[in-house]
Design a protein around this ligand. Structure first.
Ligand code: IPM
Ligand code: MG
Length: 354
């Protein structure tokens, strides 16, 4: 199993180092893995003048899976758009064809009091957000900033989805729902946007192939409200790229911290890109205080989805549960009476609990 390791920017290198520790510990127990590191994002720009250097894309294509930290930093925000770190991330997602982004929002019982919502609203929460990742307004053409007929600048982005793009992500949503509680909520804005009217139509027709799945539809504004009002009504949510970006950040806070939310982005053959759902947090980079659990849990998702190694995936997830039960907390999930833990100590604690 060959894994490309792309730490990226900000806290990326610190958190990825902890996930690598965990993978190496599993390797010392006999799991066969080969890790190779490369630059992406601002680090790619600094090293090779490109947020996705050719060598990095090639490594990703030659690997079975990619483990990525995060990209972005204030020092890159004034670069021309194609050179910005985020473009590296969007290009590797598109280049790998990883259209299905799974973002599980799971509340660990020990963290119920770390959520800003009341414990009774979030306890037992277990939502899987399935976000389409390679289409929508993120990639739609035409786009740009241009002069309009009044000589005024105007910004343009285009929300587009083809039938086949909708069908393949809907299939992922239905199949995941079949393995869980068989409830699928499709999120759209079909009352205003034709793109999502088509989305709704196709998802509805496909319900015939999955008669055991209880399908519902929700407008995205209502979904945003329902996520904080009564989040436990959701099992699997399926939505487009931009709505999924927003709703998954929202859902992460139900679980106490965005530092807990892993993600898997899969292509049609389950080759995957694994990254925490959070960003590069440049304000705390280099201080060894970031929460590495989302990245460690992303590595667990890699073991499950790409390597089909349920046993090792569960081992990692159980180790995370144990460190939380033992009171280890990075600052983002710290509450009184628990043990304040650095990023690297958290990685060590997970390894010890494997
Ligand atoms: C995410 C991030 C990215 C996105 C950014 C960094 C381009 O917010 O993974 O959710 O918008 O997809
Ligand atoms: Mg986001």
């Amino acid at each position: 199993m060959k894994i490309a390791v792309l730490p990226g920017d900000g806290i990326g290198p610190e958190i990825v180092a902890q996930a690598v520790k965990v993978l190496k510990a599993l390797a010392s127990d006999g799991m066969k893995i080969e890790l190779e590191q490369a630059h992406i994002g601002g680090a790619g720009y600094d090293a090779a003048g490109d947020p996705l250097p050719e060598a990095t894309m090639k490594l990703a294509q030659d690997s079975d899976a990619v483990l990525l930290g995060a990209v972005g930093g204030w020092q890159y925000d004034t670069l021309p758009r194609p050179m910005r770190p985020e473009q590296g991330l969007l290009r590797i997602r598109k280049g790998m064809g990883v259209f299905a982004n799974l973002r599980p929002a799971l509340l660990y019982p020990e963290l119920a009091s770390a959520s800003t919502l009341k414990p009774e609203v979030v306890s037992g929460l277990d939502i899987m957000i399935v976000r389409e990742l390679t289409g929508d307004i993120y990639f739609g053409q035409p786009r740009g900033i241009q002069l309009n007929e009044n000589g005024e600048r105007e910004g343009i982005n285009t929300m587009r989805y083809s039938e086949s793009e909708i069908r393949r992500i809907a299939k992922v949503g239905y199949e995941i729902a079949m393995k869980r509680n068989r409830k699928l909520c499709s999120v759209d804005k079909a009352n205003v946007l034709e793109t999502t009217e088509l989305w709704r139509e196709i998802v509805t027709v496909m319900n015939k192939d999955y008669p055991d799945v209880e399908l519902s539809h929700m407008y995205v504004d209502n979904a945003a409200m329902q996520l904080v009002r009564a989040p436990k009504q959701f099992d699997v949510m399926i939505t487009g790229n931009i709505f999924g970006d927003i709703l998954s950040d929202e859902a992460s806070m139900l679980t106490g911290s965005i530092g807990m939310l892993p993600s898997a982005s899969l292509d049609a053959c389950n080759k995957g890109l694994y990254e925490p759902s959070h960003g590069s947090a440049p304000d705390i980079a280099g201080q060894d205080i970031a929460n590495p659990l989302a990245t460690i849990l992303s590595a667990a998702m890699m073991l499950r989805y790409t390597f089909n190694n349920e046993e090792s995936a569960t081992r990692v997830e159980n180790a995370v549960k144990k460190v939380l039960a033992q009171g280890y907390r990075t600052v983002d999930i710290y509450t009184e009476g628990t043990r304040k833990t650095s990023c690297s100590e958290m990685g060590d604690a997970v390894v010890k609990n494997l």
